[in-house]
Structure formats: structure tokens, C-alpha cells
Design a binder for this molecule. Structure first.
Ligand SMILES: [Ca+2]
Ligand SMILES: [Ca+2]
Length: 74
């Protein structure tokens, strides 16, 4: 069982325009839906923290790496 697929389902939910990248805007919409709205600055900072290749967007690969390290922390 590849846990990439488990994260891919979450990734697809967040990626509302289906371009296979999560933008700061999509992240900010997600947080609003989850009931914890964040500012555009906070969303951009969060994307920067997850974006390892510096293109300003979160790919599934970057998202998976982030979720794995976040899961390993607790
Ligand atoms: Ca997207
Ligand atoms: Ca990236």
C-alpha cells in the first residue's frame, strides 16, 4: 500500500482547479472551509514552507514529503 495515494486524495481535494498544484489561494480557501481562515500572507508563508523547488506552488511530491514529515513529528 503506497501512502502517496492516501495523500493524493487529500491533495486532489485541496487542488480545486485540478492543475496538480496547490496555490496559496487554494490553501487559503481550504482553511476557510475548515473553519480556520488564514490571511493571504499566512497562506503564502505556508506554501513557501512546503514548496521545496521554489516555484511558488505545492506539487503532490512536495505535499507528500510535507505530510510524511508532519506525521513523523508526533
Ligand atoms: Ca491548483
Ligand atoms: Ca513547488
Amino acid at each position: 500500500m503506497a501512502d502517496t495515494n492516501e495523500y493524493a486524495a487529500t491533495f486532489d481535494l485541496v487542488d480545486s482547479d485540478d492543475d496538480q498544484r496547490i496555490s496559496a489561494g487554494e490553501l487559503s480557501r481550504l482553511m476557510e472551509v475548515l473553519g480556520s481562515p488564514i490571511t493571504a500572507e499566512q497562506a503564502e508563508a505556508a506554501v513557501r514552507g512546503i514548496d521545496s523547488d521554489g516555484d511558488g506552488l505545492i506539487s503532490l511530491e512536495e505535499f507528500t514529503a510535507y505530510m510524511r514529515s508532519a506525521a513523523g513529528r508526533n
